[in-house]
Write a protein that binds this ligand. Structure first.
Ligand SMILES: NC(=O)c1ccc[n+]([C@@H]2O[C@H](COP(=O)([O-])OP(=O)(O)OC[C@H]3O[C@@H](n4cnc5c(N)ncnc54)[C@H](OP(=O)(O)O)[C@@H]3O)[C@@H](O)[C@H]2O)c1
Length: 169
C-alpha cells in the first residue's frame, strides 16, 4: 500500500497555530479536500480527529477515517475505525481494498509515521503565512531522511505544492 502524507504548512514550517487553528486559504482547503476525496480514506491522530467537524467530514467526501489512538474511541462519524498503531491503520485500509492511504496529521502522528518508515510520498502545501509559534510538521525526533523531488506546482495564487518521494534506507 502506498502511504501518502499530505499537509499544509506556513512558510516557516508550522501546521497549526498554538491554539490549533489552521487559517489556510480557500484554495488550500479545496486542494486538500480534493486529494482526500481522490484517495477515499484518511489516517489521523486522535487530536486531529477531535477537531474534525461533521461539515469537515462531509467536505472531504465522507472518507473511511482511521483514528490512531492508544485509547478506546467512541466514533462520531459512520466510517470511523480506531487503530492502536499506524501499521494497524494501514492493515485495516488494506483489508478494505485500498492500495493507497492518506496520512493527514497532526504533528505527533506524522512523527510516528516517519519513525516507523511508513511514509512513501509527501505532499506539502506551503501557504502564504508566517506563524511566530505553532505546531511543527513533525513533532521532535532524531530522524534524518533524504527525499527525492517529484514535482513542484502552484496550487493557488500564493500557494506552492511540493511533492516528494521518501528514499527509504
Ligand atoms: N496543517 C495541516 O495540514 C494539519 C493537518 C492535520 C492536523 N493539523 C493540526 O495538528 C494539530 C494536532 O496535532 P497533534 O500533534 O497535537 O496531535 P495528533 O497527531 O493529531 O494526535 C496525537 C494523538 O494521536 C495518537 N497517536 C499518535 N501517534 C500514535 C501512535 N504511534 N500510536 C498510538 N497513538 C498515537 C495519540 O492519541 P491518544 O492520546 O488518544 O492515545 C496522540 O495523543 C491540530 O492543531 C490540527 O489542527 C494540521
Amino acid at each position: 500500500m502506498k502511504k501518502i502524507l499530505y499537509m499544509a504548512q506556513s512558510a516557516n514550517g508550522y501546521i497549526a497555530l498554538p491554539d490549533d487553528e489552521t487559517p489556510w486559504t480557500d484554495s488550500e482547503w479545496a486542494e486538500y479536500e480534493k486529494k482526500v476525496q481522490e484517495v477515499g480514506n484518511i489516517i489521523i491522530g486522535r487530536r486531529t480527529y477531535d477537531r474534525l467537524t461533521p461539515e469537515g467530514f462531509i467536505s472531504i467526501g465522507s472518507p473511511d477515517v482511521v483514528v490512531v489512538t492508544t485509547k478506546d474511541l467512541t466514533p462520531k462519524f459512520p466510517k470511523t475505525h480506531a487503530a492502536h498503531s499506524i501499521e494497524d491503520a494501514c492493515a485495516h485500509l488494506s483489508s478494505k481494498g485500498y492500495n493507497e492511504c492518506f496520512i493527514g496529521g497532526g504533528s505527533q502522528l506524522n512523527k510516528s509515521a516517519l519513525e516507523a518508515d511508513l511514509i512513501d510520498e509527501i505532499f506539502l502545501d506551503i501557504e502564504p503565512k508566517i506563524f511566530g509559534k505553532g505546531l511543527p510538521l513533525f513533532a521532535e525526533s532524531d530522524i534524518n531522511l533524504d527525499l527525492e523531488l517529484i514535482t513542484i506546482r502552484q496550487t493557488g495564487q500564493n500557494t506552492m505544492q511540493l511533492h516528494w518521494r521518501v528514499l527509504h534506507k
